[in-house]
Ligand binder design. Structure first.
Ligand code: HEM
Ligand code: HEM
Length: 136
Protein backbone atom coordinates (compact mmCIF):
# COMPACT_ATOMS: atom_id res chain seq x y z
CA UNK A 1 0.00 0.00 0.00
CA UNK A 2 2.72 2.42 1.08
CA UNK A 3 4.66 1.67 -2.10
CA UNK A 4 1.55 2.36 -4.18
CA UNK A 5 1.06 5.80 -2.59
CA UNK A 6 4.68 6.78 -3.03
CA UNK A 7 4.57 5.96 -6.75
CA UNK A 8 1.15 7.45 -7.56
CA UNK A 9 1.12 10.61 -5.47
CA UNK A 10 3.89 12.59 -7.21
CA UNK A 11 2.13 12.17 -10.57
CA UNK A 12 -1.16 13.37 -9.09
CA UNK A 13 0.54 16.39 -7.52
CA UNK A 14 2.29 17.23 -10.80
CA UNK A 15 -0.89 16.76 -12.85
CA UNK A 16 -2.91 19.08 -10.63
CA UNK A 17 -0.22 21.73 -10.15
CA UNK A 18 0.85 22.64 -13.71
CA UNK A 19 -2.38 24.49 -14.70
CA UNK A 20 -2.34 26.35 -11.35
CA UNK A 21 1.28 27.37 -11.90
CA UNK A 22 0.32 28.68 -15.38
CA UNK A 23 -2.65 30.63 -13.95
CA UNK A 24 -0.55 32.16 -11.15
CA UNK A 25 2.33 33.18 -13.44
CA UNK A 26 -0.19 34.47 -15.97
CA UNK A 27 -2.21 36.60 -13.56
CA UNK A 28 0.94 37.96 -11.91
CA UNK A 29 2.22 38.98 -15.35
CA UNK A 30 -1.16 40.59 -16.09
CA UNK A 31 -0.72 42.84 -13.04
CA UNK A 32 2.69 43.93 -14.34
CA UNK A 33 1.55 44.24 -17.99
CA UNK A 34 -1.57 46.23 -17.15
CA UNK A 35 0.49 48.44 -14.83
CA UNK A 36 2.68 49.27 -17.84
CA UNK A 37 -0.50 50.11 -19.75
CA UNK A 38 -1.76 52.44 -17.03
CA UNK A 39 1.68 54.06 -16.78
CA UNK A 40 1.71 54.68 -20.56
CA UNK A 41 -1.90 55.86 -20.64
CA UNK A 42 -1.54 58.22 -17.71
CA UNK A 43 2.09 59.29 -18.17
CA UNK A 44 2.07 59.54 -21.96
CA UNK A 45 5.48 57.83 -22.32
CA UNK A 46 5.01 54.95 -24.79
CA UNK A 47 8.67 53.90 -25.04
CA UNK A 48 7.95 50.51 -23.47
CA UNK A 49 4.78 49.89 -25.53
CA UNK A 50 6.09 46.66 -27.16
CA UNK A 51 7.00 45.33 -23.69
CA UNK A 52 3.42 46.02 -22.54
CA UNK A 53 2.04 44.23 -25.62
CA UNK A 54 4.15 41.10 -25.18
CA UNK A 55 3.80 40.98 -21.40
CA UNK A 56 0.04 40.90 -21.88
CA UNK A 57 -0.14 38.61 -24.91
CA UNK A 58 2.66 36.13 -24.15
CA UNK A 59 2.62 36.39 -20.33
CA UNK A 60 -1.07 36.89 -19.56
CA UNK A 61 -3.00 35.48 -22.53
CA UNK A 62 -0.74 32.65 -23.78
CA UNK A 63 0.23 31.30 -20.35
CA UNK A 64 -3.42 31.38 -19.30
CA UNK A 65 -4.34 29.42 -22.43
CA UNK A 66 -1.57 26.87 -21.70
CA UNK A 67 -3.09 26.50 -18.21
CA UNK A 68 -6.58 25.90 -19.65
CA UNK A 69 -5.22 23.37 -22.12
CA UNK A 70 -3.42 21.37 -19.40
CA UNK A 71 -6.54 21.58 -17.21
CA UNK A 72 -8.68 20.13 -20.00
CA UNK A 73 -6.05 17.58 -21.07
CA UNK A 74 -4.28 16.40 -17.90
CA UNK A 75 -2.97 13.42 -19.88
CA UNK A 76 -0.74 15.90 -21.71
CA UNK A 77 1.07 16.73 -18.46
CA UNK A 78 4.53 15.23 -18.08
CA UNK A 79 8.17 16.20 -18.38
CA UNK A 80 7.67 17.74 -21.83
CA UNK A 81 4.78 19.91 -20.60
CA UNK A 82 6.83 21.21 -17.66
CA UNK A 83 9.74 22.01 -20.01
CA UNK A 84 7.32 23.68 -22.45
CA UNK A 85 5.81 26.00 -19.84
CA UNK A 86 9.27 26.73 -18.34
CA UNK A 87 10.68 27.63 -21.79
CA UNK A 88 7.95 30.18 -22.48
CA UNK A 89 7.89 31.54 -18.90
CA UNK A 90 11.67 31.94 -18.63
CA UNK A 91 11.87 32.97 -22.30
CA UNK A 92 9.53 35.94 -22.10
CA UNK A 93 11.19 37.28 -18.94
CA UNK A 94 14.60 37.10 -20.67
CA UNK A 95 13.22 38.40 -24.01
CA UNK A 96 11.34 41.33 -22.45
CA UNK A 97 14.26 42.26 -20.17
CA UNK A 98 16.39 42.46 -23.32
CA UNK A 99 13.72 44.37 -25.23
CA UNK A 100 13.21 46.86 -22.37
CA UNK A 101 16.99 47.39 -22.22
CA UNK A 102 17.16 47.92 -25.99
CA UNK A 103 14.26 50.39 -25.99
CA UNK A 104 15.52 52.35 -22.99
CA UNK A 105 19.25 52.50 -23.81
CA UNK A 106 19.55 51.51 -27.51
CA UNK A 107 22.64 49.58 -26.40
CA UNK A 108 23.42 46.48 -28.46
CA UNK A 109 24.52 44.79 -25.22
CA UNK A 110 20.86 43.86 -24.63
CA UNK A 111 20.49 42.14 -28.01
CA UNK A 112 21.69 38.67 -26.85
CA UNK A 113 19.02 38.67 -24.09
CA UNK A 114 16.31 39.54 -26.61
CA UNK A 115 17.55 36.90 -29.08
CA UNK A 116 18.01 34.06 -26.55
CA UNK A 117 14.68 34.88 -24.88
CA UNK A 118 12.86 34.96 -28.24
CA UNK A 119 14.33 31.59 -29.20
CA UNK A 120 13.21 30.08 -25.89
CA UNK A 121 9.67 31.43 -26.39
CA UNK A 122 9.67 30.15 -29.96
CA UNK A 123 10.87 26.68 -28.92
CA UNK A 124 8.24 26.63 -26.16
CA UNK A 125 5.51 27.28 -28.71
CA UNK A 126 6.90 24.62 -31.07
CA UNK A 127 6.94 22.09 -28.22
CA UNK A 128 3.39 23.12 -27.29
CA UNK A 129 2.28 22.33 -30.85
CA UNK A 130 3.91 18.88 -30.60
CA UNK A 131 2.17 18.20 -27.25
CA UNK A 132 -1.21 19.41 -28.58
CA UNK A 133 -0.83 17.33 -31.75
CA UNK A 134 -0.13 14.21 -29.67
CA UNK A 135 -2.93 14.76 -27.16
CA UNK A 136 -5.91 16.71 -28.44
C1 HEM B 1 -5.49 48.96 -17.71
C2 HEM B 1 -5.24 48.25 -18.76
C3 HEM B 1 -4.48 48.73 -19.98
C4 HEM B 1 -4.05 49.97 -20.34
C5 HEM B 1 -4.21 51.28 -19.61
C6 HEM B 1 -3.39 49.83 -21.63
C7 HEM B 1 -2.77 50.87 -22.34
C8 HEM B 1 -2.18 50.76 -23.55
C9 HEM B 1 -1.50 51.82 -24.27
C10 HEM B 1 -1.31 53.24 -23.76
C11 HEM B 1 -1.07 51.31 -25.44
C12 HEM B 1 -0.29 52.04 -26.54
C13 HEM B 1 1.14 51.56 -26.50
C14 HEM B 1 2.04 52.13 -27.55
O1 HEM B 1 1.87 53.28 -27.95
O2 HEM B 1 2.97 51.43 -28.00
C15 HEM B 1 -1.48 49.93 -25.49
C16 HEM B 1 -1.24 49.08 -26.54
C17 HEM B 1 -1.60 47.76 -26.58
N1 HEM B 1 -2.15 47.03 -25.55
FE1 HEM B 1 -2.75 47.77 -23.76
N2 HEM B 1 -3.42 48.51 -22.01
C18 HEM B 1 -4.09 47.80 -21.03
C19 HEM B 1 -4.34 46.44 -21.02
C20 HEM B 1 -4.05 45.58 -22.06
C21 HEM B 1 -4.34 44.16 -22.06
C22 HEM B 1 -5.00 43.42 -20.89
C23 HEM B 1 -3.93 43.67 -23.26
C24 HEM B 1 -3.96 42.29 -23.83
C25 HEM B 1 -4.52 41.25 -23.26
C26 HEM B 1 -3.38 44.79 -24.02
C27 HEM B 1 -2.86 44.70 -25.28
C28 HEM B 1 -2.36 45.75 -25.99
C29 HEM B 1 -1.91 45.65 -27.37
C30 HEM B 1 -1.96 44.40 -28.26
C31 HEM B 1 -1.43 46.91 -27.74
C32 HEM B 1 -0.84 47.31 -29.09
C33 HEM B 1 -1.95 47.88 -29.94
C34 HEM B 1 -1.45 48.46 -31.24
O3 HEM B 1 -0.23 48.71 -31.38
O4 HEM B 1 -2.28 48.68 -32.10
N3 HEM B 1 -3.46 45.93 -23.24
N4 HEM B 1 -2.15 49.61 -24.34
C1 HEM C 1 9.29 34.75 -29.88
C2 HEM C 1 8.26 35.47 -29.59
C3 HEM C 1 7.93 36.81 -30.22
C4 HEM C 1 8.76 37.72 -30.81
C5 HEM C 1 10.27 37.66 -31.01
C6 HEM C 1 7.93 38.83 -31.22
C7 HEM C 1 8.39 39.96 -31.85
C8 HEM C 1 7.61 41.01 -32.28
C9 HEM C 1 8.07 42.15 -33.03
C10 HEM C 1 9.52 42.37 -33.49
C11 HEM C 1 7.02 42.96 -33.24
C12 HEM C 1 6.99 44.29 -34.00
C13 HEM C 1 7.06 45.41 -33.01
C14 HEM C 1 6.93 46.76 -33.66
O1 HEM C 1 7.05 46.86 -34.89
O2 HEM C 1 6.72 47.71 -32.91
C15 HEM C 1 5.86 42.34 -32.63
C16 HEM C 1 4.59 42.87 -32.61
C17 HEM C 1 3.50 42.25 -32.07
N1 HEM C 1 3.49 41.01 -31.47
FE1 HEM C 1 5.05 39.84 -31.13
N2 HEM C 1 6.63 38.58 -30.88
C18 HEM C 1 6.60 37.34 -30.28
C19 HEM C 1 5.51 36.68 -29.79
C20 HEM C 1 4.22 37.18 -29.83
C21 HEM C 1 3.04 36.47 -29.35
C22 HEM C 1 3.07 35.04 -28.79
C23 HEM C 1 1.99 37.31 -29.50
C24 HEM C 1 0.54 37.09 -29.18
C25 HEM C 1 0.08 36.09 -28.47
C26 HEM C 1 2.49 38.55 -30.08
C27 HEM C 1 1.73 39.65 -30.39
C28 HEM C 1 2.19 40.77 -31.04
C29 HEM C 1 1.35 41.91 -31.39
C30 HEM C 1 -0.14 42.05 -31.12
C31 HEM C 1 2.17 42.83 -32.03
C32 HEM C 1 1.77 44.20 -32.60
C33 HEM C 1 2.02 45.19 -31.49
C34 HEM C 1 2.00 46.63 -31.94
O3 HEM C 1 1.50 46.91 -33.03
O4 HEM C 1 2.53 47.45 -31.17
N3 HEM C 1 3.84 38.44 -30.26
N4 HEM C 1 6.27 41.15 -32.06
Amino acid sequence: MATQYSTIQPQVVEATRLPGICFKLSSLTAVIGVSFGVYMGVGGDHTLGPVHVHLNLVGWVSLFLFGLFYKFYPDAIGGAAVVQVAMVAIGYVVMLSGLAGLLLTASAAFMPLAVVGSLLVWLGFVLFFVIVAKTA
